[in-house]
Design a protein around this ligand. Structure first.
Ligand SMILES: [Zn+2]
Length: 348
């Protein structure tokens, strides 16, 4: 790897939350998965990866692991951001339903109370003012944006491009949203870059094994239609490597797939990769993705191989989520790193 190669920024953003996947109870959580974070941090440290732990209310309230979060933050090895599960963040004024598990389906006033409660708790218990945010179930809306800005957040990472969370969840249909960092602000549309937007949106890296993404998505959607489902065309296209939708996420993708997606994203001129996963995947049986000890070994191996490959092949700069936004925000400069080439692709 030579240093004159173009820089690739790597963000690793982790939804750091309680055990009990899919459980909407407001209190009384177990946090056994959090005890595995030091082991994960060791892996990050050995590859100089700079993780962003987006912690939710039960994690911020817990005393047991407070020292870990403070230490990794104070030593500059991790960023602590915020992750909001509406069902376990007070006040509890809404009915407990799947629909209400989506932040955007709550009134603005209640959204504000919950985001404020989480932010204040992190500040009080850890002495850290979070500036990075991700909504639980990847769900926020235009009402959330000014609330985050008011509370000094500089970046949101709730957008999962090419994924539709509407059906069955009442969430957001992210098909057609940008898959590169962009800014959002006062306008109602959060699916397009706003030049005067004060909040950066850094989507999770999701795309296809080929370009242009927009066309790939149209074909993928066509193959996913109910009437074509019996033909299993989407599965066949995936197996043959003709068309694969890939998440930069070791819960859903193997190392080779993450490598494939990264190459395509970098080739598109997007210099940042935002890898995500859930802390519950660190303990077998706590997330739907890592069920056994062997799964867990594979999960760690996939991460390690991926980090090693990036280091060996690119001028890799691991960054915290909010740090990336400082890099791309330069005064007197409409410096939208990653947007121009990608916009070319999206209009093809
Ligand atoms: Zn979550």
């Amino acid at each position: 790897m030579s240093t004159d190669q173009e820089i690739v920024y790597l963000i690793v953003s982790i939804d750091t939350e309680e055990d009990g996947w899919g459980d909407y109870k407001p209190t009384g959580h177990h946090l056994t998965n959090i005890a595995h974070l030091p082991e994960l941090q060791e892996l990050f440290d050995s590859y100089k990866i700079k993780p962003t732990y987006l912690i939710d209310y039960p994690v911020a309230a817990d005393e047991t692991h407070r020292d870990f979060f403070k230490t990794v933050h104070d030593t500059g090895r991790a960023e602590i951001g915020a992750h909001l599960h509406p069902w376990n963040t007070p006040p509890f004024q809404e009915e407990t339903t799947t629909r209400n598990s989506m932040l955007k389906n709550l009134p603005r006033d209640l959204q504000k109370k919950k985001i404020t409660a989480l932010t204040v708790l992190i500040e009080r218990n850890l002495g850290i003012s979070p500036t990075s945010f991700r909504a639980g179930r990847f769900c926020f809306d235009h009402q959330t944006v000014p609330i985050l800005a008011e509370l000094n957040y500089s970046v949101d990472s709730s957008v999962t491009p090419f994924v539709n969370w509407q059906k069955g969840y009442g969430g957001i249909d992210f098909r057609g949203y940008p898959y590169y960092p962009y800014r959002i602000g006062s306008q109602k549309e959060i699916n397009a870059h706003q030049r005067d937007g004060t909040l950066w949106e850094v989507p999770v890296a999701i795309g296809f094994n080929r370009t242009p993404f927009k066309l790939c998505n149209s074909i993928y959607e066509f193959l996913s239609k109910d009437k074509l489902r019996p033909l299993r065309l989407r599965g066949i296209a995936d197996k043959l490597g003709l068309l694969k939708k890939i998440w930069l996420c070791p819960e859903l993708s193997e190392y080779k797939e993450m490598q494939q997606l990264s190459k395509v994203i970098i080739r598109l001129g997007i210099p940042v990769l935002n890898l995500m996963f859930h802390s519950t995947s660190l303990a077998p049986g706590l997330s739907p993705f890592v069920r056994t000890i062997k799964d867990r070994q594979t999960f760690f191996k996939n991460l390690e191989l991926f980090f090693a490959w990036l280091h060996d092949n690119y001028n890799l700069k691991p960054v915290f989520l909010s740090e990336y936004c400082q890099i791309v925000t330069k005064p007197d400069d409409e410096n939208d790193i990653g947007t121009l080439n990608a916009q070319t692709d999206i209009t093809q």
